[in-house]
Ligand binder design. Sequence first.
Ligand SMILES: [Fe+2]
Ligand SMILES: [Fe+2]
Length: 283
Amino acid sequence: MEVAKRFIIGVDKLVPRPDIALEVLTMAHDSDGSVSAMAQKIEQDPNLTANMLRMANSSYFGHMKKISSIRDIIVRLGNDSVKLLAITSASSGLLNTPQKAYGLEPYSLWNHSLATALLAAILARYADYEDNFSVYTAGLLHDIGKVVLNKPLQEESVNKKINNKFSNIVEYEKFVLGTDHAKVGMALLKTWGLPESIILPIGYHHTLDGEEAGLLQSKILYLANFLIESIGIRSANPEKYMFKVEDFLEQNQRLPDVPNFPDNMEVIINEFYDQFNSAAVVH
Ligand SMILES: [Fe+2]
Ligand SMILES: [Fe+2]
């Protein structure tokens, strides 16, 4: 059996299968799906509903009058915003746990994921990649494998008394567990039935090798995650990762070629900061 799949067995105990959230995610990605059917589904889950209302009333959407129901959101913000909010709320519930093995506090995985999603969606727009919702969702869920691997990674690190130094987290995971959070995340979301347009980029967000890594959505997610880590939105040692556009240009880092990114880098990063600053306060 593939190593990644071994960690998925029994995962429902660790991360309870979020049935309503998954159905909402699937409905939001179905371009023929009805928004009112999706709204009904959302209303079955009080946490999801509350979460969505909180987000809808954030400065990101900038409404003066309080939005007080899912129907209100549909009428006032329109279908695309409802989908965006549904995707965001459904994902946030899955990521708000402390990730000790990764040095992440509660909410920092969520902040990193939201930042990656917002930036990936901007990169996709500049690159003329049409399936914006999938890229955004892939950004939100790209590190979900860390939720699964947190405990085994902690336990095995103690057992194996590891003193080696690793240049990145993926190398460390592979050394300790024989797999990494990108592969495990992909395996988990596959068993949860999410579409390939979301799970493939997640499986390849730390590698540039392989056919799937060459897909535009994979390149976008890789770049978004890389840039967000460079900016330092991931809690661990933020000062070490302060990002300046000039520094970035001088780096010899091998990066995927995402159309129109090099020429618009500064505008893209500024646009990202504007969006993130008004969205990040929402949990
Ligand atoms: Fe990652
Ligand atoms: Fe990440």
